[in-house]
Design a protein around this ligand. Structure first.
Ligand SMILES: O=C(O)CCC(=O)C(=O)O
Ligand SMILES: [Fe+2]
Length: 341
């Protein structure tokens, strides 16, 4: 099929309630398959994550980011060899440009929590627990949609996932600030489950389609935005693509909460490629034009310089947070920073 006929102009919604009835399951799987193969981005509705669990987290974000700088700096990512905790606006770099967002990254090793909001920790932990379950349910549907047994992808899962709370401050139209986060594919794992935690009118997230147009991903209440990460792209021999996306700064402030489903750190590119080689050779990945932006986006695991998933993760983290890299990983800092893969 020529690329132009399956180029996408919007992101489809996959209704997970259809999985509850064997009669409606096939319709879900065929819609999912199209989203997986042609787009790499989708929304899920009827996801069964309790709305209170979501609301509690959404409500606490303005409180978290509203803490005084000294409170946020007490949990600074700068002091974490696991790259967890708070990073201020401008401290992260994507596509060689500073991002206009502040964020707090959570995972099991986070030891410093803000003492000003003791309720944060149980709220975050509950949310991670629920998203872990959603991720597992979703993976089994993905496997079926790609003609594999339900459990096919489970052995690649890590027991550790990452959650990020993100705040994009409003940018005055004449400030010259345009990059909330620059064009990238998700390097932190298998799949990303993103909650857009602002009101409907707040824009910002965009996805690059095959002809290089940026497609808006508006806020749809009661959904998660789900997208393919780099490791899954490798495992499926690019049948499913880690699609490039970005966030523009706008005159509205914006909150979002990506959950990065983790991949086993010892997964090697060889194992990832060999596991389903035969299966995916029967698919015909769309060898469509990669846009100019696409060609320069960093994807180290895919390009194959580093053997394990864990090492390409470390390289990505060091490149994004360079002072942590210098502080905690001086032996490999230069190697990773100088290697533009
Ligand atoms: O804030 C968003 O909507 C997306 C954030 C994102 O793409 C990321 O952090 O990887
Ligand atoms: Fe992303």
């Amino acid at each position: 099929m020529p690329a132009s006929t399956n180029n996408f102009q919007e992101i489809p919604v996959i209704d997970l309630a259809l999985a509850d009835d064997p009669k409606s399951l096939p319709a879900l799987l065929s819609a999912l398959r199209v989203a997986l193969i042609d787009i790499g981005f989708l929304y899920v509705s009827n996801h069964k994550v309790p709305s209170q669990v979501i609301q509690d987290l959404v409500d606490i974000l303005p409180i978290l980011f509203g803490l005084p700088d000294n409170a946020k700096n007490k949990i600074a990512l700068e002091n974490s060899k696991h790259f967890l905790g708070y990073s201020a606006v401008g401290s992260e770099t994507t596509a060689a440009k500073a991002d206009a967002r502040e964020q707090v990254e959570f995972a099991t090793e986070l030891t410093a929590w803000p003492s000003e909001i003791p309720e944060l920790r149980p709220i975050v932990e509950k949310y991670i627990q629920e998203l872990t379950l959603l991720g597992e349910r979703f993976l089994s549907l993905v496997a079926q949609a790609l003609d594999l047994p339900k459990e096919a992808f489970q052995p690649f899962l890590s027991d550790q996932h990452r959650l990020k709370a993100v705040h994009y401050p409003a940018a005055a139209p004449d400030s010259g600030i345009t990059q909330g986060v620059g064009p990238h594919t998700d390097s932190s794992g298998w799949w990303t489950f993103l909650l857009q935690a602002s009101e409907r009118h707040v824009r910002g997230l965009q996805v690059l389609n095959k002809t290089g147009d940026w497609i808006d991903v508006p806020v749809l209440p009661d959904t998660f935005v789900v997208n393919v990460g780099q490791a899954f792209e490798v495992l499926t021999h690019r049948t499913c693509k880690a699609t490039i996306h970005r966030v523009l700064s706008t005159r509205d402030e914006r909150y979002s909460i990506p959950f990065f489903q983790g991949v086993r750190r010892d997964l090697t590119k060889k194992e990832a490629l060999e596991s389903f080689q035969e299966h995916f050779s029967t698919f015909e990945p769309d060898a469509s034009i990669e846009s100019d932006v696409g060609r320069v986006v960093d994807s180290p695991f895919l390009r194959g310089k580093y053997d394990t998933w864990g090492e390409s993760q470390l390289r990505t983290k060091i490149r994004s947070h360079r002072s942590n890299g210098q502080k905690f990983y001086p032996q490999v800092y230069n190697k990773y920073v100088e290697d533009d893969a």
